[in-house]
Design a protein around this ligand. Structure first.
Ligand code: ATP
Ligand code: PRP
Length: 218
């Protein structure tokens, strides 16, 4: 039998929405996957030839881009941040909706915010730099891994670039959303080489395409 395929999924908030989509595409994890006390990172599925790994969102893209996993699910924010040439994102799963936005404290004026050189705290330094460059502004990015919203109050950076959904986190930390950089949703991703060489990867793409098409309003 061919080596098992590895399907990577993020361990956090996308998971609850991803599992029903995966089930409709025929990917159902073994019972142990749902046991909160289980520390394993690899799980079997109802398919003998497919296992699931549960890793951090940014690492999903890295595992798939390097071919260590052949497919996975990740937010378009992460895909754009890395911009890996070996990664192909053929299906928008219409889950994990949020947006990536520039935000600043209410007392930071547009002029201060729009200075020709600025410091921005973000988990997305590449995306942020590219977006500012497209506006002719040089941005110095301070990379954080979470809780960006406290950076302005502590003087680490005047502005932040972070994900926004309800907007509550910004408001509760005294920040205002200034501009939307991109709309985000979760995608099926596959390794390009694996897609060319292993027909099972193409079949996975087709299964998810069918699920996404079913979900579209008529
Ligand atoms: N507030 C939000 N509302 C909706 N989707 C969000 C929100 N925040 C993040 N997301 C999406 O969820 C993804 C994070 O997924 P998830 O939380 O499952 O990963 P994680 O591995 O736990 O992340 P981390 O690396 O932060 O621990 C983001 O990349 C984005 O696409
Ligand atoms: O607009 P809201 O609905 O308030 O959501 C936005 C928050 O959600 C995400 O954080 P998450 O909860 O995933 O935690 P994190 O800071 O560890 O990434 C994001 O980074 C924001 O902080």
């Amino acid at each position: 039998m061919a080596a098992p395929l590895t399907f990577a999924i993020p361990k956090g908030r996308i998971l609850d929405e991803a599992l029903p989509v995966m089930a409709r595409a025929g990917l159902v994890p073994e019972e142990a996957f749902h046991d909160k006390g289980n520390r394993s990172l690899t799980f079997g599925t109802t398919r003998d030839d497919l296992r699931i790994i549960r890793v951090r969102a940014f690492d999903v893209a890295t595992f798939v881009a390097h071919g260590a996993a052949q497919a996975g699910i990740v937010g378009s924010d992460v895909i754009e941040e890395f911009d890996y040439s070996d990664l192909y994102a053929p299906v928008d799963l219409d889950i994990g909706h949020c947006r990536l936005s520039l935000a600043a404290p209410a007392n930071v004026t547009e002029r201060q915010a729009g200075a020709s050189h600025m410091r921005v705290a973000t988990k997305y330094p590449n995306l942020t730099r590219r977006w500012f460059e497209s506006k002719g502004v040089q941005a110095e990015c301070v990379k954080l891994n979470g809780a960006m919203e406290i950076a302005p109050a502590l003087g680490l950076a005047r502005q932040i670039v972070d994900l926004v959904s309800t907007g509550r986190t910004l408001i509760e930390n005294g920040l205002e959303e200034r501009e939307t950089i991109m709309q985000v949703s979760a995608r099926l991703i596959v390794n390009r080489a694996a897609l060319k060489t292993d027909p099972r990867v193409g079949e996975i793409v087709e299964s998810f395409r069918a699920v996404a098409a079913e979900a579209e309003p008529a």
